[in-house]
Write a protein that binds this ligand. Sequence first.
Ligand SMILES: NC(=O)c1ccc[n+]([C@@H]2O[C@H](COP(=O)([O-])OP(=O)(O)OC[C@H]3O[C@@H](n4cnc5c(N)ncnc54)[C@H](OP(=O)(O)O)[C@@H]3O)[C@@H](O)[C@H]2O)c1
Length: 430
Amino acid sequence: MAATSLNVGLIGLGTVGSQVAERLVTGQPQLTRRAGLELCLQRILVRDVNKPRAVTVEPGLLTNDPDLLLDDNDIQVIVEVAGGDEPMHSYLERAISAGKHVVTANKVVMANHGMQLLTLAAEKNVDVYFEAAVGGGIPLISTFRTDLQANRIERLSAVINGTTNYVLGRMGTDGLALEDAVKEAQAAGYAEADPTDDIEGFDATYKLAILGSIAYEISVRPGDIYREGINGIEPVDFRYARELGYAIKLVAHTQRHRGRVEARVHPALVPLDHPLAQVEGADNAVFVEGDLVGRVLLKGQGAGGRPTASAVVGDLIDLARSIRRGVQNRPSFTFDDRVGVVPMGEVVTRAYYRIRAEDRPGVLAAVGQVFAEEGVSISSFIQKDAWVEEKTAELVITTHPTEDTRLQKARERIAGLQPVRAVSSFLRVF
Ligand SMILES: NC(=O)c1ccc[n+]([C@@H]2O[C@H](COP(=O)([O-])OP(=O)(O)OC[C@H]3O[C@@H](n4cnc5c(N)ncnc54)[C@H](OP(=O)(O)O)[C@@H]3O)[C@@H](O)[C@H]2O)c1
C-alpha cells in the first residue's frame, strides 16, 4: 500500500527548530497538498524539556533521549536543526545507517563530514538534504544540484556571513570601532554572545567548504581554506577605500585553476560597482560564474529562524515528493579527491597597504624600492593624513596583481624600514 505520511523526528527547537515546528503544525493542509504525503511531527529532541518555547507543541513530543528518535523505526526522516559537530555528526551517521533520510541546517557537520555522510547515504539508499546549511533561505544547494548542473563553474565569490557584513557596514557608514559595531550587532540579534566564529571567518570558511565542494565536485575541507577575519580593520580604512572606489567586505572566494582550485576567506576591498559591494546589513549574496550560464547573483536573508526554516521545510517537501514517486530524487554528489587547493602564497591578487611613516624626504623612495625588489608593481599611491607634531604621515598604496607571497614579503620588509612606524593595514583588493 502506498505511504500516506512521512514521519519526522526533529532535533532542536531553538531559533530555527521552532519555526520549522510551527510551519509543520500550522501549515499542514498546504504542505500535504504540495508534498503529496502528510508530514507528521513524531518527536522532538532538545536538551531541556522544561524550557519555555517560542512555539506551542504537544508536551508529549519533547524528549531529551536521542534513542527515542534514532531507534524508532517509524521515524523515516531526521531533521537536525541543533548545530555543532558532536554529538550531531554521530546522530546523523546513526540515522543514515538505520536507513533514515536526513535534512540538516548544520554547516559544521556538512563542512567537516559531508562527503562521508553523502557516501554513506548513497550506500543506504537514503537522501541527505542540507539547503539550510549555507545562506539561510537563499536557494543555493538546489541551484547547484539542478539549475547549474550543465555548467563548468569557473568562480564563486560570496558575502556569506551576515554578522560581519552588518559589522563592516556600521564601521563604514558611521565610523564605529569594531568592538562597538559588534556590541550593536549583538544587541540587534545579528551576532552571538561569542562572535568569534563569525569575526574570525570560521563560519564563512565552513560555508565556502560546502559551496566549493559542490561547485567543483571536489572535496574542499575547511582546513584547506585560507582564512583571515576582520579584526585588523579600522574605520579609517573604509574612508580611504571609498576614496579609491571600493567597499570593504568579508569575501569568500573560490576559483578554478588547472588541476587545482583557489579557496580563501578574508576581508577585501571590493569595487563599488561589484554586486558584492552592494550587499547591505545582514544579507548574504553568492556571485557565481559558469561557462554556459554566465554570471548569476543569488541574494537574500542568509540567516534568521524563518528564512532558514523556509529552506528546511522546502527540503522536507522535496524529500516527501521523491518518496511518494518511489524514486530517489537527487543524485548524490561525487567528489574528486585528487584536486587540491592552491596555497595562499601562490594566489595572485592585488593588495592595499596603509603605512604610517615619518614625513620626510626619501621615505617614499625606500618603500618603492622594497616593492620593486619584491617584483610588486604599484597601481596607486596617495599620501594621506599627516600628524604634524609627530612628523608622521599615512601612505596608502594599492598594487597590481602579484603572488601573495611577494605581497607579504614586501609588507614585512616595509614594516622593518627605519622611517616606517607601522604597516597599519594590509588588505587584498578584489
Ligand atoms: N539561527 C540562524 O539564523 C541559522 C541560520 C542558518 C543555519 N542555522 C543552523 O541551524 C542550526 C540551529 O541553529 P539555531 O539558531 O536554531 O540554534 P539554537 O537557537 O541555539 O537552538 C538549538 C536547539 O538545539 C537543541 N540542542 C542543542 N544541542 C543539543 C543536544 N546535544 N541534544 C539535544 N538537543 C540539542 C537545543 O535544545 P534546548 O532548547 O533544550 O537548549 C535547541 O532547541 C545550527 O546548525 C545553525 O548553524 C541557523
